[in-house]
Ligand binder design. Structure first.
Ligand SMILES: Nc1ncnc2c1ncn2[C@@H]1O[C@H](COP(=O)(O)OP(=O)(O)OP(=O)(O)O)[C@@H](O)[C@H]1O
Ligand SMILES: [Mg+2]
Length: 373
């Protein structure tokens, strides 16, 4: 049976009059790699600090491994050191006057481990992060990426039940980031430790996580697997935030048509079964909406196969070509594998399957029709 390792129930946090966490509810299962994703200032770090016990929330409950560690009703509060968690911050300060070995061992010395146990455990952590050869160096003698590894070795050395990582790769260049990403994935696989990982990099979130919690302005707007978040964003905001190149959002009107629903707009006219819409979101009258369609789900068809668009630009991006086209003032982006041969000014006829589209209500942005895999 899956066990809940961390639970946040209706967590509200204010800094002065600034309401920064607005009713956060979250459950993290044992062994999960949960990522907090969202733009700057949306409350990711604050949520992590509330879990760690570095911040108190004015309202709500935090449960770790079945044990309540913070409760606003009773004012019960377990301090950070007693929560069985370990944190790696965005700015991971290594102790400059200690060697790599000493930096990592210090954690266990503070916890009063036996000397022989410390030696074994530190070796294991250094091996895991592939930094054994630097054990006698000082932090100033290491590259940024190597320092980052030491910081992670320090965090895993005491076998924490949960590892909290706040943008641990933010100081690295693109190449090292990529390397460390697969390193973290391996670490998660080998240790089986529950991880909560903060990033505002959506590619990182999609590659690493078992589930992603998408934050927006102090709220979690969707918690789902990467595939589900990509395929079926809960609202227009999430749809816009996830995916590079960005999803197309094309205005249309949906209305009942006999036993089906007719969707019409600049993309043309098509019908969907009535049951394609989510329960409670069935189309009973005229409904303004936005069609969400990923660039890779649109093909360039032949004349007559789709509405006629005019190509604005065709951009080769290595193994694929991005084509931007326009019709009636609305733009659309198509992604084609290989080298496209369309030029600006030429016509293009977008073709797509209704299975692949998301439909969002225009008024509140909510997803009302899911894409089918
Ligand atoms: N100690 C503090 N005192 C007052 N306001 C704070 C404090 N820490 C954070 N805030 C505010 O709380 C909100 C959430 O901040 P938080 O650091 O959680 O955002 P974040 O999602 O981690 O952003 P980033 O991606 O930039 O790190 C922000 O508006 C921030 O200005
Ligand atoms: Mg932050």
């Amino acid at each position: 049976m899956e066990m809940k390792q961390i639970e946040l129930k209706n967590v509200n946090k204010y800094y002065g009059r600034n309401h920064v966490l607005r009713g956060i509810n979250l459950e993290v299962e044992q062994g999960e790699f949960m990522t907090f994703l969202g733009p700057s200032g949306c409350g990711k770090t604050t949520t992590l600090r509330v879990i760690a016990g570095l911040e108190r929330c004015q309202e709500g409950t935090v449960v770790i491994h079945g044990e309540t560690v913070a409760d606003s009703e009773t004012l019960y509060f377990v301090p950070p050191g007693k929560r069985g968690l370990n944190l790696v911050f965005q700015s991971y300060a290594l102790w400059p006057h200690m060697t790599v070995y000493e930096n990592v061992a210090f954690v266990l010395q503070v916890q009063k481990w036996e000397k022989s146990g410390i030696e074994t455990q530190v070796r294991k952590a250094l091996a895991m992060m592939q930094i054994e050869e630097y054990r006698d160096r000082y932090p100033s003698e290491l590259s940024g990426g190597q320092q980052q590894r030491v910081a992670i070795a320090r965090a895993i050395v005491s076998n924490p039940r949960v590892l909290l990582l706040d943008e641990p790769l933010s100081n690295l260049d693109a190449k090292l980031r990529l390397e460390m990403r697969s390193e973290l994935k391996r670490l998660h696989r080998e240790l089986g430790t529950t991880m909560i990982y903060v990033t505002h990099d959506q590619v990182e979130a999609l590659t690493l996580s078992t589930r992603i919690a998408v934050f927006s302005e102090g709220e979690i707007v969707q918690t789902d697997t990467p595939v589900e978040i990509y395929m079926n964003p809960a609202n227009v905001g999430v749809a816009r935030f996830i995916g590079n190149p960005k999803i197309n959002l094309i205005p249309a009107v949906a209305r009942p048509d006999g036993t089906r629903v007719r969707v019409s707009g600049v993309l043309g006219d098509f019908v969907l079964p009535w049951g394609a819409f989510l329960p409670g979101e069935e189309i009973t009258g005229e409904q303004k909406c936005l069609i969400g369609l990923r660039p890779e789900h649109i093909a360039a068809g032949s004349p007559g196969e789709g509405p006629e668009y005019s190509v604005l630009t065709s951009m080769l991006a290595g193994s694929e070509t991005l084509i931007e086209a326009q019709r009636e003032g609305e733009r659309i982006l198509l992604k084609q594998l290989g080298f496209g041969n369309l030029r600006a000014g030429e016509p293009v006829y977008p073709v797509f399957s209704p299975d692949h589209i998301n439909i969002f209500r225009e008024d509140n942005g909510k997803l009302i029709k899911r894409a089918l895999a």
